[in-house]
Design a protein around this ligand. Structure first.
Ligand SMILES: *Cc1c(COP(=O)(O)O)cnc(C)c1O
Length: 416
């Protein structure tokens, strides 16, 4: 009889291990905890962010511009660092827009997507001279009216809800009825209306999905995206300056998931680009990424308060939990709960091991950081590190739930 092989987490190598401690931004975790002055905290590794962008640029054709989608991690220090590495920032609220403008990046390289932009959001965007990814015919009218009032010509691109879906995607954001974007079939009418308004037309934004680990699915979506853009370009009032083809590159979170083959994605784009650039001369192709750029560079660290046994099961109770890291608890859109990669940050590989369940301090069974996972034997004072936590962590969590202290956030590692 063969024993079934249990699926494993994809190997993670972004943080070295020295003296059995995880090292983030050059600092061993216990020392980093002392430096931060509290647990729980999120730490982001500056070098890991830089290396990820460099590796991606190597894999992608040089003609493609890279944007950072800020909602993945809006910590101002992270956004500032990313702004120096990428070609543009994508924001999804007036609050994110302020942080993006603070970086000093050229406003023409900031774009703003999102349904339900308020009058105040639109006015800020128009006044700042950033590019609005307009999500509906109604929003286009509101933008044009605000431009008139402010005596500033709005810079607009149309976000298109494509007539296809990104296959094998963690989160579908295009195809079928959606609150996002203008349905591809009515886009020609909206473009005709746009031609009558006092706005500058930049191009199209076509985002079909998120958290995709399959290069073949992304390649197919890229082909369909370019075909759709070429069809719509025939109705545009001016040549396209930009074509944002979305992103959706995923990272491995759960056992059994394999890393996205980014070289294959890049090779696909390299093969498609000549035809696209011939048909749309002068266009800037943009890829916008959130989690792929920052997700693997972050770790969430909490400290064990208590170790207890309950009917044969070992519980490690920590000072951190779902109020800081909803995704790791399995409650951020997951259908079946699976464990994020978790280690005891000051006993990563050595010493005796055991199966333990890591929970937080909240009075709810949902507050789970690791369910019956193999970990180093640990107790009060030891540090629990949740990896792959640089995206959709703190800002995507219900921090006020149960009124526990807030988590700190630090960006660690030297510049240059
Ligand atoms: C959320 C979002 C992104 C980022 O998605 P990731 O999965 O983090 O890469 C990019 N573009 C748009 C329009 C988004 O809404």
């Amino acid at each position: 009889m063969t024993t079934p092989v249990r699926p494993q987490h994809a190997p993670l190598e972004q943080f070295p291990i020295v003296n059995d401690c995880l090292v983030v931004g050059g600092v061993p975790l216990p020392r980093l905890a002392a430096q931060v002055g509290q647990t729980p905290f999120y730490a982001y590794d500056r070098g890991a962010l830089t290396r990820r962008v460099q590796a991606l640029r190597t894999a992608l054709p040089p003609e493609i511009a890279l944007h950072y989608a800020m909602k993945a991690n809006p910590m101002p220090a992270v956004v500032q660092h990313m702004a120096d590495l990428v070609d543009g920032l994508d924001v999804a609220s007036g609050g994110e827009l302020r942080v993006a403008l603070d970086t000093g990046i050229d406003p023409q390289h900031i774009s703003f997507a999102g349904p339900g932009k308020s009058a105040a959001d639109l006015a800020s965007a128009v006044a700042a001279g950033i590019v609005l990814n307009v999500e509906s015919a109604g929003e286009l009218e509101r933008v044009a009216a605000i431009g008139k009032t402010l005596h500033v010509r709005p810079q607009v691109a149309l976000r298109i809800n494509p007539d296809f879906e990104l296959k094998s995607s963690g989160m579908k954001m295009g195809g079928g009825p959606k609150q996002f974007g203008i349905d591809a079939e009515i886009a020609p009418d909206v473009l005709a209306r746009l031609a009558q308004l006092d706005v500058d037309f930049h191009g199209f934004h076509i985002f079909s999905g998120s958290q995709n680990l399959k290069a073949a699915a992304l390649r197919e979506a890229h082909e369909k995206t370019f075909a759709l853009a070429l069809r719509l370009a025939a109705h545009a009032p001016a040549p396209l300056r930009t074509l944002n083809i979305g992103g959706g590159f995923g990272i491995p979170y759960f056992p059994g998931e394999e890393r996205l083959d980014i070289q294959q994605v890049g090779d696909g784009l390299r093969a498609m680009l000549p035809d696209v650039l011939r048909a749309l001369p002068g266009v800037q192709i943009v890829i916008e990424l959130g989690r792929y750029l920052v997700g693997e560079a972050g770790v969430y660290v909490s400290r064990i308060i208590e170790r207890k046994e309950s009917r044969g099961r070992t519980y490690l109770v920590t000072d951190g939990g779902l109020h800081h890291h909803l995704s790791a608890s399995g409650n951020f859109g997951q259908v079946i709960r699976k464990n994020y990669p978790v280690v005891i940050g000051n006993r990563v590989q050595q010493g005796p091991r055991e199966t333990a369940t890591v929970v937080g301090p909240l009075c709810t069974p949902l507050d789970l950081l690791a369910d019956q996972m193999e970990l180093a034997q640990a107790g009060p004072g030891d540090l629990v590190a949740v990896l792959q936590s640089g995206a959709y962590g703190l800002s995507a969590s219900p921090g006020a739930f149960l009124s526990h202290p807030a988590a700190a956030e630090v960006l660690v590692g030297r510049r240059g």
